[in-house]
Design a protein around this ligand. Sequence first.
Ligand SMILES: Cc1cc2nc3c(=O)[nH]c(=O)nc-3n(C[C@H](O)[C@H](O)[C@H](O)COP(=O)(O)O)c2cc1C
Length: 143
Amino acid sequence: MKKMAIIYWSGTGNTQAMAEAIAEGAKSGGDSVELFEVEQFDNGTLAQYDGLLFGCPAMGDEVLEEGTYEPFFAEVEGSLKDKPVALFGSYGWGGGAWMREWEDRVKNDGAKLFGDGLAIENAPDSDGVAACQKLGKDFAASL
Ligand SMILES: Cc1cc2nc3c(=O)[nH]c(=O)nc-3n(C[C@H](O)[C@H](O)[C@H](O)COP(=O)(O)O)c2cc1C
């Protein structure tokens, strides 16, 4: 059984809804999935996980949320070499520019980025929820 952590920040619940749907999909094959709001995650436990799913909306001007998520990510990204990683998050108006930069950053960290980051405009609708469930399921199957 593989072990995954989903670590997210969400101000108004859209990225949280994505995280919950991704968790459903990732669990569907019988693997272990732990869902953390970023403040709850103990960075020292990162190495215990076979796969990591990071979620954060576009904030500021096409950046990660700067109060909590950016400091968290800056602290863990040095430990991502060869780690299977998936990215997701919600955005409002930028067309997903923050996600493209986040993908490049994770690749530069040496992580094994799974596909493209999943960026959904505002709240996930039923197609969005299905895309999240599929991401979780496919990521788990890839480990
Ligand atoms: C302070 C602030 C900055 C934002 N900056 C961007 C941005 O640069 N690009 C964008 O596409 N959306 C931006 N948004 C919109 C959010 O990404 C969008 O509302 C998203 O659905 C929020 O996700 P959440 O419910 O998980 O917090 C911003 C929202 C806020 C509140």
